[in-house]
Design a protein around this ligand. Structure first.
Ligand SMILES: Cc1cc2nc3c(=O)[nH]c(=O)nc-3n(C[C@H](O)[C@H](O)[C@H](O)COP(=O)(O)O)c2cc1C
Length: 437
């Protein structure tokens, strides 16, 4: 079978996604962000486009890193608030049949038992379509919502996360296949010899088990991850089946791709079982000129000031004391999301904080593809065939219309070229990711 591209849809359960002014556009579904129908509609659109899955972002605080206040993030809503992704995915599972359903959950704050049980339940509800975007979190403000003063140091967070993953996998395996007998005639419900205590004890994490949820269709959710630091990459090599990334150019992506694939192999796993998916924002038009006009109109809603406040949150540093005209090269950083900051600083020569705020407000530093369906398919094919990626995280600049246009315009173009599935061949999220690799 020829190698085929993998697509995962990006979604935030908030008024805006990447584009911080999109909620003001007349086509935006941002005003419906509290309604489950919004997410069900997106799930249906993505399934029509045979996407491998969709994933919901999560951050565990009301953004307030900028000047110690959430005011800038409420006056103009960026990803200000977020609904709980797991509960939304349960709703989407009921209106879709094949689409993978992934949620972000932090290893730093949720207990392994809770995580294992939540994803096992989602996997049951969805018939084997659960995915976990496994993050270690980046803000002290999140830690303060969970009884800590600050985050653990970055390397400790990843050591901790390794133990959480070990404990979760032990819990997911605590029910052997065939443990449920369900023999009504003999009155035998389950075979207790097939259910086991876990007694996991690491340096940080301890759980007795067994899980109080029977083994789920996939056994474990698809593990997704987006770390880009050295320690983040080590973690990804060991666990990740999908890696999200953000890179400005093809050479950077190719370097990242070959580095991760080599690390996955060195960890004793098949490099085909780890899909590397960079994020792209899309604006689609019938002609290039129409697409550019659409992007310009949409970008007229961007707030550079809100963008800077959002960067404060994203990198866990308060930038409110810096003038907007400060050159980016003069920003110094200690803790926080180093990977994210590196991306913000890529190509920063001659740029100011205001420029960065505007760029962040447009697409959160995600490359923006503006053009006809054919132009977007050309870009995707070029990067895919150059081994810069295995597919993409598709982020609509405007929801849901950019998704609809992607599914009706770009997907058929990719299918015609023989680099994207015409239909699902398997049932589970993991089946989709492993087909055409
Ligand atoms: C496409 C993408 C999606 C991400 N989604 C989340 C998220 O939902 N929640 C979160 O806390 N971090 C999220 N992150 C941040 C990563 O988990 C990670 O902390 C960041 O990329 C920095 O990498 P590092 O931890 O190796 O420094 C995301 C990153 C990327 C590139």
């Amino acid at each position: 079978m020829a190698r085929e591209m993998h697509l995962v849809g990006y979604c935030c359960a908030s008024p805006t996604w990447h584009h911080n002014g999109s909620w003001r556009h007349f086509e935006s579904d941002g005003a419906d962000a509290l309604k489950p129908e919004r997410y069900e509609t997106i799930g249906r659109i993505l399934e029509q486009g045979k996407f491998d899955g969709m994933f919901l972002v999560d951050v565990l605080m009301l953004n307030s890193s900028h000047g110690g206040s959430f005011v800038p993030n409420l006056r103009e809503p960026g990803q200000t608030w977020l609904l709980d992704p797991m509960q939304l995915l349960a709703a989407i599972a009921r209106v879709t049949t094949h689409l993978g359903l992934a949620a972000t959950m932090s290893t730093s704050f949720y207990h392994s038992f809770h995580i294992a049980r939540a994803f096992s339940t989602l996997d049951h509800i969805s018939g084997g379509r659960a995915g976990w975007n496994c993050v270690t979190s980046t803000s002290d403000l999140e830690a303060q919502n969970f009884g800590m003063d600050r985050l653990m140091d970055k390397n400790v967070r990843y050591d901790f996360a390794d133990e959480v993953l070990e404990a979760c996998h032990a819990l997911w395996r605590s029910w052997e296949p065939g443990a449920l007998i369900l023999d009504r005639e003999k009155g035998v419900y389950a075979d207790p010899s097939k259910v086991h205590y876990v007694n996991y004890q690491g340096k940080y994490v301890k759980t007795r088990g067994p899980l109080n949820t029977p083994r789920s269709p996939q056994e474990s959710p698809v593990i997704m991850q987006a770390g880009s630091s050295e320690r983040g990459r080590q973690f990804a090599a060991r666990w990740a089946e999908v890696i999200f990334t953000l890179h400005a150019d093809k050479k950077n992506m190719q370097d990242f791709y070959s580095d991760i694939k080599a690390r996955v192999e060195a960890a004793g796993r098949s490099p085909h079982h780890c899909a590397i998916l960079p994020a792209v924002d899309i604006v689609i038009g019938e002609t290039e000129a129409i697409a550019r006009e659409k992007a310009d109109y949409l970008n007229s809603f961007v707030s550079a000031e809100l963008g800077v406040a959002e960067i404060s949150n994203a990198v866990n540093i308060d930038l409110s004391g810096h003038p907007l005209d400060k050159p980016l090269g003069e920003l110094e950083v200690t803790q926080g999301a180093r990977g994210m900051l590196d991306i913000i600083l890529q190509g920063s020569e001659g740029k100011t904080l205001r420029d960065a705020g505007y760029a962040w407000g447009v697409s959160q530093m995600t490359p923006q593809l503006i053009g006809t369906p054919k132009m977007i398919a050309d870009y995707m094919q070029e990067y895919f065939e150059a081994n810069a990626c295995d597919g993409f995280i598709v982020c609509p600049s405007l929801s849901p219309s950019a998704y609809t246009q992607f599914v009706t315009g770009v997907v058929p173009e990719l299918q015609r070229r023989g680099i994207y599935r015409k239909d699902y061949t398997g049932r589970t999220f993991r089946d989709h990711l492993r087909s055409g690799t």
